[in-house]
Design a protein around this ligand. Structure first.
Ligand code: KIV
Length: 265
């Protein structure tokens, strides 16, 4: 087992080895993902929707992110661990941003932080990276701006918006980001941006031209019944499997078939 570091992630881009990334919010899931060899684990603020049942990521707090990052970090040995900075934890002041990023590393055990936005966060990214905090950027459909976008729509479809995104990606690279998430943008644009950067891009709904891919783990495991984004591929159907298992257990309990001698003392 060779630990994945920021250097490994950078080398993977140079050697054109794709980076596999997934989200985790708890110890046991993190352990399984790590054992399965995923390169990067993100404790995403998608925890708000997946774990807390919020409609979007806006209500997620810094304390919640630290709590989940702590749990996940105990389960991770090999993967590179990134903690997400939630809405308004880095936008108000650079002092807040530094304190909160520091908490994800010091208290949570993350090895890097992720934040959303382009030029507007460049100074913050610079300060963090100069202080030894690796930063992953996030462009395109940045879910913390859901109300500004008017929904979870594909971004950067116009020439003007695409130009701004390309410029933002270069600005984030110059500010010191070690990687950038590109979410829900046209595949051709994501490929162009990926080719123009020295740092890797990690796509979600951004086509195959990115240097890596990330999905929300619960989406790819088929645990989410109501909302199924087009960019998700389900590799399991855990929602149905869990339902089936729980029904079997319930029947066995009611019929006196559980526990048997095997589970008794
Ligand atoms: O919060 C999250 O899980 C994310 C990824 C989907 C990129 O930002």
């Amino acid at each position: 087992m060779k630990k994945v570091t920021i250097k490994t992630i950078q080398r993977m881009k140079q050697s054109e080895e794709k980076i596999s990334a997934l989200t985790a919010y708890d110890f046991l899931t993190a352990k399984i993902l790590d054992r399965a060899g995923v390169d990067l684990i993100l404790v995403g603020d998608s925890v708000g929707m997946v774990f807390y049942g919020y409609e979007n990521t806006i209500p997620v707090t810094m304390d919640e992110m630290v709590y989940h990052t702590k749990a996940v970090s105990r389960g991770v040995e090999r993967a590179f661990l990134v903690g997400d900075l939630p809405f308004m934890s880095y936008q108000i002041s650079e002092i807040d941003a530094m304190k909160n990023a520091g908490r994800l590393l010091k208290e949570g055990g993350a090895e890097a932080v992720k934040l959303e936005g382009g030029e507007i966060v460049a100074d913050t990214v610079w300060q963090m990276t100069q202080s030894g905090i690796p930063v992953m950027g996030h462009l395109g459909l940045t879910p913390q701006s859901v109300h500004q976008f008017g929904g979870f729509k594909t971004q950067a479809k116009s020439k003007q918006a695409a130009d701004i995104l390309e410029e933002d990606a270069l600005i984030l690279q110059d500010a010191g980001c070690f990687a950038i998430v590109l979410e829900k943008i046209p595949a051709t644009l994501a490929k162009k941006v990926s080719e123009s950067l020295e740092i890797p891009t990690i796509g979600i709904g951004a086509g195959v031209g990115c240097d890596g891919q990330i999905l929300v783990t619960n989406d790819m495991l088929g645990m989410v019944d109501d909302l199924k984004p087009k960019f998700v591929r389900e590799y399991a159907n855990l929602s149905k499997d869990i339902e089936k298992a729980v029904k079997s257990y319930g029947n066995d309990v009611k019929n006196g078939k559980f526990p048997s001698e095997k589970q008794s003392f």
